[in-house]
Design a protein around this ligand. Sequence first.
Ligand code: HEM
Length: 467
Amino acid sequence: SSVQQLPHPPFRLPLLGDLLTVRPGKPTQAAMRDARRLGPIYERLIVTYPIVIVSGVDLLAEINNEEHWTKNLSPLFRLMRPIARDGLFTAYNDEPTWHTAHNILAPAFTQAAMRGYHQSMADTVAELIDYWSEREDRWVDVAEDTNKLTLEVISRTGFSYSFDSFTRADTDEHPFVAAMTRGLRFVNRNANLPPALHKFPRRRVDQQTKDIAFAKQLVDDVIAARRREDPDSTRDLLGLMLNSSDPTSGKSLDEKNIRHQILTFLVAGHETSAGVLAFVLYFLANHPDVAARARTEVDERWPGRERPDVGYEDVAKLRYLRRVIDETMRLWPIAPGYFREAKHDTTIGDGRYRFDQGDWVFVLTLAAHRDPGWGADHDEFDPDRFLPDNLRALDPNVLKAYKPFGTGARACIGRQFAYHEILLALAHIIHTFTFEPEPDYQLDVGEQITLKPRGFRLRFHRRHPHS
Ligand code: HEM
């Protein structure tokens, strides 16, 4: 690397670099604190390789420029390759299957395409509402239950499969869900260890091998059943992948790749939306003024006491709720950052920082989203920041650095999908319940690749009796 003389944490050690300053539990929150001390670009040495962490909005305007920079499949994401191979998220930029899959799937993720998933999403949300209605007198772990919702939404719309998340007993986790949770925990653990330690302990490595094999088998069985029973359908993402081809190249996806796309969607499409929904409920429960305005927006549209009939067209009209979501993802971007690499030798910051082709950096969205350019109150929750007039008044680079869904060609394909399911769920939740927060809860943000409010519980009280 040609990265030169960047600020770095004090107490750097000869052999371990800055390893001891990495708090494995909350690495990106620690990096955000370092960024405030060390500035818009700094370097953290982990064992043998340096990680350059960028959070200054002016530098990011350059690093997000696709002419000179592109996605980097970091060591962290490479650890997921055994699970998802050349699925969209973990594909290398030059893997031909990325282009084929992107071109086949992009039409399935436009806002208009959400019409096709709307009813299935609404039915699943209704299950969550019933689930919480039956637990009115109990404290529920919010992130655990929003996870159930989003897993069901993506598995039903993705490949017409249900994990029966709302009907099985709490102690009876679906084996696929257990395998996936263990699998991601393993990846997360190795991300904080030098590669030489990744193959130990044997027991964990063997478990990982078994978990991956199990997940692949389940998906392959679903694909085989579809081929037998309903081979021509394009009713879900699986059908689309089996029965359409890339309009530009004419190529279609082979069965192995389809398997990896499904695993990718199950992982990328569920923890993320679930985390956002949980953080939104955290903010609503702790900001009664915001909750009241959200409730007004929903009640004006559905004044009745019965379950609201939220149609596809209604969702995009929930402008206040949308601002609540955007402000939530500003303060707690569920994906706290993304990786970029130089496409060729280049510089940023008026020539101050030089990078060779292939050098990579970590963009710390978590810190960039709290740039002082948002105002002196940049750590405070205020959805009105996202009123169009207020956005126009921002320094353009501050706004351009708002990237909860990543950037460029490799940005999130599920963005509209996520907004649609989260807005739809919120409209129902807010119409049905008030939220009682635990009096002593202090926000504790856990990091398992994505961020999540840990130990956050609410009691949901129905506003109207069951209809
Ligand atoms: C990529 C965030 C929901 C599927 C990404 C990236 C981010 C992100 C930051 C870029 C990663 C990188 O640069 O390396 C989010 C957030 C979500 C969300 C915050 C929820 C609020 C979803 C959903 C789906 C999905 C619902 C699927 C239904 C994907 C896929 C990619 C991706 C397939 C890889 C795209 C590619 O490289 O072609 N997401 N995501 N995401 N996301 Fe999402």
